[in-house]
Unconditional design. Sequence first.
Length: 264
Amino acid sequence: MGNRNLENQIAIVTGAGSGIGRELCLSLAKRGAKIMVTDINEKGIEETKKLIEAQNGYAETYKLDVVDSDMVKNVMDEIYKKHNRIDILISNAGISTPPSLATKMPEEHWDKLLKVHLYGTFNCVKACGEYMKANNYGRIVLSSSLGGVFGFAGNVNYAVAKTGMVGMTYTLAKELGPYGITVNAVQPGIIRTPMTKDALKAFEEGFIKETPVRRIGEVDDVSNAIAFFCMPESSFVTGVVMRIDGGYILQSSMDQIMMDVCSK
Ligand code: NAP
């Protein structure tokens, strides 16, 4: 995938000032895309732009709070007016809230997280979708999570948001498919980013042990998968939710016992 198969395509990435979003910008830029680096964090987007330019890529920055639907519409309108196309939208912006059991979760944590993930993604898709339809082309990738597969104790808001992303992916794939627009999602396991810094500090060893490939996920594990969805050649791949977890979800304590027994 080292070729420039996204030459001059306009790619909007949300939450691009950090972690997976930043790496994704670098990866799509290497493939020739012009990157619209958006994030609520202004410092973060300027740093991402610098990194893209350091590898001779093209970047524009836009401060964007995905929760603010007017702001989202204005930014998408501005990008479309300038470039006359929007080819790729990666809805990646996300937050976490401090863990708490569902029965004890403060309502503001519930609201805040669902607003960023679900409303934010809806706002971005709504603002870009008609422009993609006008050009009969588009690649949309949403960010789900392993937490959207089997629930996430202590994080019911996150589990609901990431399961919701699956419903959005399937529905949008049906609605936008006739216009040459594909819609897919990634479900990363634990990936090393600022969001997971604290969890990894406490549990890294345990996660590694429970992951069949015996390592923690890195940001380029996710960006490589997203880049595949974004390729023009991936036009028959839509409504796919791809786990990127090193096999974590497959493992059970019974498997470990059997592997120990068999290797004696
Ligand atoms: P990250 O490093 O914290 O990056 C997320 C970025 O989104 C930050 O720059 C953040 O800004 C920004 N953001 C937050 N609220 C926003 C808003 N309202 N509008 C626009 N941008 C906003 O996190 P990450 O680990 O790269 O996660 C990226 C995505 O992958 C998220 O959707 C996350 O849920 C998902 N994911 C991550 C993992 C993992 O293990 N890391 C696993 C599964 C799924 P601030 O820093 O200012 O908040």
